[in-house]
Ligand binder design. Structure first.
Ligand code: BGC
Length: 815
């Protein structure tokens, strides 16, 4: 057995140049190449951050679906973030995964960003501290984290080509800060370089960010891998601090990098350094030397342990935005009209690489129905999507087994069966995940329809489709519409038609992945037949006016109406940004109509990021529940009834109208996206008056208690400026207060910023004295002239429950 030493020189020295370089590109989509000669095993990576999906992009094994990042962050709890890290590590160990690709620590710059649901917050301190805790939780269990995406990757439009234009002070004070905090407080074993350029240089080639700042100034010892297919060059990337190209086996390095070393463009010590970092990662994660042992008794994704954790983690981030006339918690014994598509099909995760295949998803209708048996009447709401999605629930069953889902047959070019499988979610992935030798040429789907009446039936995925049900036939030629990498997986095309069906009808479809006699590439068919394929099947959409009238009638007949509204994976997804914060479809009309008819109306917002609420003054209470994960319905029900205190505080500012944010547009112009607001993003810009006051401030959240603040001062002799304050729970329920301290510099060129927080539980009447140290990283600014950090100078500390509710101020002269 080779001895493993810290610089791995003995191992590196045994390999020739091509042998070394082979290891610097992935072997498959989510694995790295093993190398017996040096005792390197196969290193396995899996996407996070809301579950550990495994080695398949979709349709993989069943894993736990966690609440999304904004919901977890809303607890403002490093303990909770640590627990999430542990949980992710357990999910990874159950699959013998070495590295989880998360947490995502980009900031909420514009609320239009499609991927904000994956990232914690608009604030860099909150993001960095939660990320560090999550990474510690993972790595304490021996599973590596991967901070992503380095850096200035806050939106999705033209994500593979756009150039974020960010001045150095903004880069340091905002977008690099979460990475800096996580490196210093948790030593993450890996990071992922983003798709975008930063100031004209690809993130995968960033001499400045990767080499000078991260590996140089911060002394980072981990590995930097590329985002998937992000590496565009050989020498510039290898010299620019990128250690590993993902995925593989193909990529720009390989022989071309061997040649670049031979020609002197890249030096061999640079290659050795990349390999050293890769071996260090493998060593830390248990893929170098003796293979690690994995615990055998890990909780299953649907175990009682997971159910308890996931309900609690979701519920504690749920945030009470308004609560007039004690509209919440629901009063015992009242009759509830529970209204809305999101009540029935609660959205528990966003779209893209963060998606997982959970064992179940509890809807709000199921959760509240179980908690208040006999008191809840459920009424469907208006349509919330423009694109149909594959069947969810029991609309289709597999005729071969009777289980909910579809029977799928994969065939090769000669028509021979490669595999038969049951697809529970009516979707299947071909290409990226294939672990069989033959190339899939045709996919056949067969299912039984469990409903009668007008149904919307159709197909999803690139290829030539033939769809049949109840004597009706459809033929569709489906192509990708844009040129984004992975679009056939992230935004597959769909086509549907309305068909009158009878319960028990058989629904059959066949798709030819490579249309015969055509140039497949020109026709938009991905070369290797890669794609996401599925059947669309659901009851045909109904007229919105009819649906709203039914909802209003149900609301009038109940004691309280609970309307669940929200976004879907059409808005909250990788690869696509939003264009508005309005709720999709006629959901606003639905809320107005219900509020007009009901005695009391409570709105539940099932969206990870800000939405507009034009009806806010018409309703009693609004509860923000984000994307609550597989236990979502139980968590929301527990929050509505008050069985679990929803003591969340917002992690991002909710603007009052479209465009009323310091950074709004996410559309590059001529390839450039200027971060022109500088360090004044989110609440910082609102507070400076750059944009009108928001609807809800960052840090806002009422819980079900009220709080008094007294005796505010600075702790004498503390090593860093530390606020002391006595808070009293003046409400009638036990709750948890998040005492927030902001620093408002006297210099108007410097924005207000979160400087520290502390969460305290308290029973009614209880007084608690809390000390909140300020984080030194919030009291400094980047001095561009001197290329270093400087004090911001004097100012005031604001003790607040979000900047809309400042309770006290304390001068700070020592800044
Ligand atoms: C995403 C990454 C993800 C990777 C692998 C990319 O499209 O940007 O966050 O980890 O795919 O699935």
């Amino acid at each position: 057995m080779t001895t493993v030493t810290d610089d791995y020189a003995d191992l590196i020295g045994t390999l020739d140049l091509p042998g070394k370089i082979t290891l610097l590109t992935g072997a498959t989509t989510f694995t790295l190449a093993p190398c017996d000669a040096i005792g390197l095993g196969e290193l396995r990576l899996s996407d996070g951050p809301t579950g550990v999906r495994g080695l398949k992009f979709s349709g993989g094994r069943t894993v736990a679906l966690l609440p999304n990042a904004t919901l977890l962050a809303s607890a403002w709890s490093e303990d909770a973030a640590y627990e999430v890290g542990r949980l992710l590590a357990e999910e990874a160990m159950a699959q013998q995964i070495h590295v989880v690709l998360g947490p995502t620590i980009n900031l909420h710059r514009s609320p239009l960003g499609g991927r904000l649901f994956e990232a914690y917050s608009e604030d860099p301190l909150l993001t960095g501290r939660l990320a560090a805790a999550c990474v510690r939780g993972m790595q304490d269990s021996g599973v590596g984290a991967c901070l992503k995406h380095l850096v200035a990757n806050e939106s999705e439009t033209d994500r593979n080509t756009m150039n974020s234009v960010v001045d150095e002070a903004t880069l340091r004070e905002l977008y690099l800060l979460p990475f800096e905090i996580a490196v210093s407080e948790s030593d993450p074993w890996s990071m992922m370089a983003a798709y975008n350029d930063v100031n004209g240089v690809a993130a995968t080639e960033q001499q400045h960010v990767n080499n000078e700042v991260v590996k140089g100034e911060w002394g980072y010892q981990g590995l930097i891998m590329s985002d998937w297919f992000a590496t565009r060059t050989v020498a510039p990337a290898a010299n620019g601090g990128l250690d590993l190209v993902m995925p593989g086996p193909d990529g720009p390095w390989g022989d071309a990098l061997v040649a670049a070393v031979e020609s002197g463009e890249v030096s061999e010590p640079v290659i050795d350094e990349h390999l050293r970092r890769l071996l260090r990662l493998a060593d830390r994660a248990g893929a170098l030397g003796e293979p690690r042992d994995y615990p055998a008794d890990l909780p299953a994704p649907d175990s009682p342990r997971r159910r308890e954790q996931l309900t609690r983690l979701a519920a504690q981030g749920i945030t009470v935005l308004t609560n007039r006339n004690a509209g919440l918690p629901l009063h015992p014994g009242e009759r509830v009209a529970l209204i809305g598509r999101h009540a029935i099909e609660t959205i528990d995760m966003g779209g893209g690489s963060a998606q997982v295949n959970p064992p179940y998803q509890i809807s709000v209708a199921e959760g509240l129905g179980l908690r208040l048996p006999g008191d809840v009447a459920v009424v469907d709401g208006v349509e919330v999507r423009t694109r149909p999605v594959p069947a969810r629930g029991g609309f289709l069953t597999n005729p071969a087994t009777g289980e909910p889902g579809v029977h799928v047959t994969l065939l090769d070019g000669a028509g021979a069966v490669i595999e038969e499988r049951h697809a529970p979610a009516a979707t299947t992935v071909v290409g990226v995940d294939d672990d069989f030798d033959a190339t899939v040429s045709t996919i056949r789907f067969r299912a039984r329809i469990n409903a009668s009446g007008p149904a919307e039936l159709g197909s999803m995925g690139v290829g030539s489709w033939h769809v049949r049900a109840n004597g009706h036939e459809q033929r569709h030629e489906l192509r990708v519409s844009g040129s984004g990498i992975g679009e056939e997986l992230l935004a597959p095309p769909v086509a549907t038609g309305t068909v009158e069906v009878n319960g028990g009808d058989v629904f059959e479809a066949e798709v030819l992945l490579r249309p015969p006699g055509r140039d497949a590439a020109a026709a938009g068919t991905p070369a290797a037949g890669v794609g996401l394929y599925g059947l669309i099947a659901r009851a045909a959409p109904r007229d919105a006016a009819e649906v709203i009238a039914e909802a209003a009638a149900a609301a009038a007949a109940a004691d309280v109406a609970v309307v669940v509204v929200g976004l879907t994976e059409e808005q909250e997804t990788e690869a696509v940004d939003k264009s508005t914060l309005r709720l999709p479809g006629a959901q606003d009309d639905l809320v107005y109509a219900v509020a007009a008819a009901a005695k009391r109306t409570v709105v539940v917002v099932n969206a990870a990021t800000p939405v507009l609420m034009p009806w806010l003054n018409e309703v009693e209470a609004v509860l923000w529940v984000a994307l609550p994960g597989q236990e979502g319905g139980h968590a929301v029900a527990a929050a509505l009834t008050g069985d679990i205190e929803p003591a969340g505080r917002l992690v991002t500012t909710f603007p009052a109208a479209d465009g009323q944010t310091p950074a709004w547009s996410v559309t590059p112009v001529g390839g450039d996206l200027p971060y022109a607001e500088g360090t004044f993003i989110g609440y910082r810009g609102h507070f400076a008056g750059h944009t009108p006051a928001p609807r809800f401030w960052f840090g806002h959240g009422l819980g079900y208690a009220t709080w008094d603040y007294a005796d505010v001062g600075l702790v004498a002799g503390a090593p860093v400026p530390t606020v002391t304050v006595t808070v009293t729970n003046t409400g009638n329920r036990p709750s948890r207060e998040v005492v927030q301290v902001y620093f408002e510099p006297a210099d108007p060129a410097q924005p207000v910023r979160l400087a520290g927080w502390r969460a305290v539980p308290a029973t009614p009447g209880r007084r608690v004295t809390v000390e909140v140290p300020t984080d030194p990283r919030s009291l400094r600014r980047w001095d561009t002239a001197n290329n270093g950090w400087a004090d911001v100078g004097p100012g005031r500390l604001l003790v607040a429950r979000g900047l809309g509710d400042i309770r006290a101020t304390v001068p700070l002269t020592t800044g």
